[in-house]
Design a protein around this ligand. Sequence first.
Ligand SMILES: Nc1ncnc2c1ncn2[C@@H]1O[C@H](COP(=O)(O)OP(=O)(O)O)[C@@H](O)[C@H]1O
Ligand SMILES: [Mg+2]
Length: 344
Amino acid sequence: MSDDLTAPEAQSDELAFEGALRPKSLTEFVGQSKVRGQLQLLLTAARMQERTPDHILLAGPPGLGKTTLAMIVAHESGRTLRMSSGPAIQHAGDLAALLSSLVPGEVLFIDEIHRMARSAEEMLYLAMEDFRIDIMVGKGAGATSIPLDLPPFTLVGATTRSGLLPNPLRDRFGFTAHLEFYEDAELEQVLSRAAVLLDFEIDRDAIAEIAGRCRGTPRIANRLLRRVRDYALVQGGRADRDAVRAALELYDVDELGLDRIDRAVMSAILTRFDGGPVGLSTLAVSVGEEADTIESVVEPFLVRIGLITRTPRGRVATPMAWDHLGIPRKRAAGTQQALFPDDL
Ligand SMILES: Nc1ncnc2c1ncn2[C@@H]1O[C@H](COP(=O)(O)OP(=O)(O)O)[C@@H](O)[C@H]1O
Ligand SMILES: [Mg+2]
């Protein structure tokens, strides 16, 4: 999302960094205690019965730990992990090739599963339920379908948009985990752990400052930690609270953790649409971003910290939003008066 991460080089650096910091087991995985408990039970029961664990769907905004949990599922159940993603499965044939090459008991991870081709989705229903697929051979009147038995496997699907998954697919997962944004105390744990792994000496209150500004997201926490480390390295000073403030100001991350895109969205709602309501696609066009990015990345966090609310008529800024962005409120449209009568 940030400017500094658009270069391919920066991305691969980020990937290497993420790989190094990824927790390998459920006990190392910070926060999400409910989901952790549920997964632990599911995996232990499967182990006791010597069967493959049920199919698992992991839903939530980017950077909250879906890929990490998929790896942990494979690791904790002592199975190998096969990784693929929705966009890579454009035809039923792509999925057939993937499924027919699975090793018995393997964990198949499909990231961004909502972006898989429709024809593949149908094949996946049968595969998940009966460990079987039908492969079509030939075309037209002469076409026949050849059934193919699959080895037992566990599907782990990840999605930032569980609402886009067709019900029949969603229903075939034995367990769906909804990952939530992390609390500050949990993010401090994530950061402390990362600092130790990176051998980076940083003050406790500096960690707290980063935790409060990382959009409730471990991936962003780790990324900001890295920026602060760069800053301390170049400036040669202590990694204290002031260093964090200076570094984050340099990277356009404000006290609530809003970055450039978050603020562009907020200021569009406030100044161009008088606080809303404004529809998602109109908003996306006005800030030059994909509607999907706004809906899955930007909006969930803005809603969670109370800067916008979703109404049937569109997104509406809350009174707090005007204050935070420092934009004076105009006496505006009837809808606003109706929504916040005592605040005008
Ligand atoms: N619960 C957690 N505890 C510690 N680190 C985490 C946790 N969740 C995510 N991370 C860190 O954040 C990074 C991004 O997590 P990832 O699983 O790739 O997110 P997602 O797949 O949901 O986008 C990981 O590399 C890991 O370092
Ligand atoms: Mg991921």
